[in-house]
Design a protein around this ligand. Structure first.
Ligand code: SF4
Ligand code: SF4
Length: 385
């Protein structure tokens, strides 16, 4: 019986390590990206979905696309005897050390945790559990990156979120949901939002979340009040290091270490090329593939009182770059708990968002661009109204 791993990249490698540690011999990898098919990965051949023979396929994807991959294997191999399995058990017991992959051991563990969380939610069938919510504090940023995937480069008059609306939305959302694994505080640059402390305090009044992560670009030093709120708590700083542009990165890191606030710093050199705003022409199958393999298709985003399925949908609508697609978002202020959960369930079960028609997508095939190239002026785009 042959064993295959569906998925390459670091998560495919992790799965291979976990299987080998349990004496399971892997025959080949399977991948969707045409560029990889026919090449060698981790010493083994990379096959297309329809090249698989009878055997066991382990799904090794850290994206929210498991159902899609599973269906694809069945659809492309109707007459073969293929059993789909998930490597949960093997990943749980995997022992890791730094240097085995291009990810750090800490990053590997966090990716495995996310994978296992997704699996648990899928098995429990509950939409009351979310992997993450991105809370957008402001459209303002201290940098203006041409290829910002959250579309800050298009804002001509960037504004902060209204604190009252935000606190009310947090109240309603967290009262409705059973659990949110990671609450991500983002912007633009969230440290430009003067009232960040009351936001953190509000979230901390709830106990149904795993951790709070503040994403920053290393340009701004946080105020003492925020440091005090983050000490001895479940708050972590995630610093994107853009070299010279992140002018305070060393100072910030030193301060966080001094205050014993959990933090990690990533030197970012490239991004996916996913920040354009043009209408795309895609078949139904292409749309399903773009959405299913997108790495942020479950990155729920709270912006100006509305919850969207992904950051692109949120900002493209806010910028008036796409038509308002009511089924792509939830107006939190207008819903009760039951309504919020029902609409989240609808978003979770979508096969694409309307916004995907305007988005390059963030799947395996999207090219890369140099990170953090700056623009002096906001980029122009076509508005709907
Ligand atoms: S630093 Fe760049 S990528 Fe990050 S939010 Fe600001 S503009 Fe976007
Ligand atoms: S609009 Fe669709 S393809 Fe684009 S980021 Fe969102 S989920 Fe992904």
């Amino acid at each position: 019986m042959k064993n295959y791993i569906f998925g390459t990249g670091n998560f495919g490698k992790l799965t291979a390590l976990a299987l080998r540690e349990n004496k399971i011999e892997v025959s080949a990898f399977i991948d969707l990206n045409l560029i990889n098919i026919g090449t060698l990965f981790d010493g083994l051949s990379v096959l297309s979905v329809d090249q698989v023979e009878d055997g066991i396929v382990y799904i090794a994807s850290n994206r929210n696309n498991h159902r899609y991959l599973q269906n694809l294997i069945s659809d492309k191999n109707p007459h073969k005897k293929i059993e789909i399995r998930y490597p949960d058990h093997f990943l749980k017991s995997l022992t890791l050390s730094d240097g085995q992959l291009s990810w750090s051991a800490e990053r590997c563990n966090s990716e495995i945790e996310n994978f296992l969380f997704m699996r648990e939610v899928a098995q429990g069938g509950s939409e009351n559990f979310l992997k993450s919510i991105d809370i957008v504090l402001t459209e303002k940023c201290s940098l203006k990156c041409i290829d910002c995937s959250n579309l800050m480069q298009y804002y001509e008059k960037a504004v902060d979120t209204d604190l009252h609306t935000l606190l009310e939305s947090i109240d309603k959302l967290f009262s409705a949901l059973q659990f949110v694994k990671e609450v991500r505080i983002i912007g633009g640059e969230p440290l430009m939002f003067k009232e960040i402390v009351p936001v953190i305090q509000k979230i901390k009044t709830f106990h149904n979340f795993g951790s709070i992560v503040i994403f920053t670009n290393g340009t701004i030093m946080p105020r003492d009040e925020l440091m005090a709120e983050c000490s001895n708590s479940s708050v972590r700083f995630q610093i994107s290091d853009y070299g010279d542009l992140s002018r305070n990165v060393e100072k910030l890191e030193a301060l966080l270490i001094e205050k014993e606030i959990s933090n990690s710093r990533d030197r970012v050199l490239t991004w996916q090329d996913c920040a354009s705003l043009d209408r795309k022409v895609r078949t139904k199958e292409e749309l399903l593939s773009v959405f299913s393999n997108c790495c942020v298709n479950d990155a729920f985003t709270l912006l100006h009182g509305k919850l969207y399925g992904c950051p692109f949908a949120a900002h493209a609508e806010n910028l008036d770059a796409i038509p308002e697609l009511k089924s792509d978002s939830i107006d939190i202020g207008k819903e009760n708990s039951e309504g919020i959960l029902k609409k989240i369930a609808n978003l979770v079960n979508r096969s694409n968002y309307g916004a995907c028609n305007y988005c390059n997508g963030r799947d395996y095939t999207v090219g890369t661009v140099e990170a953090a190239v700056q623009t002096k002026y906001p980029l122009r785009y076509l508005k709907v109204h």
